[in-house]
Design a protein around this ligand. Sequence first.
Ligand code: NDP
Length: 239
Amino acid sequence: MTFSPDTRIAVVTGASSGIGEATARTLAEQGFHVVIGARRLDRLEKIAEDIGGTALELDVTDQDSVDAFAAVLPRVDVLVNNAGGAKGLATVAEADLDDWRWMWETNVLGTLRITKALLPKLIESGDGLVVTITSVAALEAYDNGAGYTTAKHAEAVLHRTLRGELLGKPVRLTEIAPGAVETEFSLVRFEGDQDRADKVYEGITPLVAADVADVIGFVASRPSHVNIDQIVVKPRDQA
Ligand code: NDP
C-alpha cells in the first residue's frame, strides 16, 4: 500500500455491515483513505470499490489476522474500534459460557488486539484518533444481558484507561455509546431469527447506522486540540 505523504488513513473494523459500513462511507467523504476490515471479505470488497478504499480480511479474535492486517498499513491516523456484537440473552443463572466467550473475545480482546497493534502508528501520525463504539450497555446493567453488558463495560474501561495513559501524546480518544440502532446486530444476537430481531425495536424508532456515522464524522473533523471524551446517542423514545 503506497500513498502520497499527505494521505490520511482511517481504519474501520467490522465495516462489512451496519455502523462500520456507514462510518467507512462518511470518513471517505471527508477525504480519508479508508481501510476496512472484517471477516466477510466479499462484502468489504464491494464497499471498498464504492468508496475508493481498501478491503482487508480481519478477524479481531485471531492474533495472526490482526498482525497481518496491521503489517500492511503504512500509516494510521484514525482507528474506529467498531467490530463487536452480542450473542443470546440469558439470566446469569443460565449463562452460556460459549456466548460469553464470543462476546468477550470480540468486544474486549478484539478491541485490545487491534488497538495495541495500531497504537505506534497512531502516535507516529502526530494527530491520531481512536474512536471506540461501546454501547449504552457499557453504562447500565439489564436483566438477561450480563454477557454483553459486562463485555461492553470492560471495553469502555479499556478505552478510558488508554485515554489516561496517552495523555501528552498526540492521540485523541472518543467513546461513542449508541442506544438501539437497526443493523444486523439483533440478527447476529438471535442467530438469524428475524422475528425475534424485529421485536427489539417495538415501540421505538431506532437509530440507523448513518446516525452514528454522522457523530463519528463530527468527532473526526474537530481540530487536533479538541478531545471529545464520550458521546451517548439514543433513539428519542429509548429510556
Ligand atoms: P452489525 O452486526 O451490522 O456489525 C458488526 C460488525 O462487526 C460486522 O461488520 C462484523 O463483520 C464485524 N465483526 C464481528 N465479529 C468480528 C470479528 N471477529 N472480526 C472482525 N469483525 C467482526 O452490527 P452493528 O453495526 O450494530 O455493530 C457495530 C458495533 O456497534 C458493535 O460493536 C456493537 O456492539 C455496537 N453497538 C450496536 C448497537 C445496535 O443497537 N446495533 C447499539 C450499541 C452498540 P463480519 O461478520 O464480516 O466479520
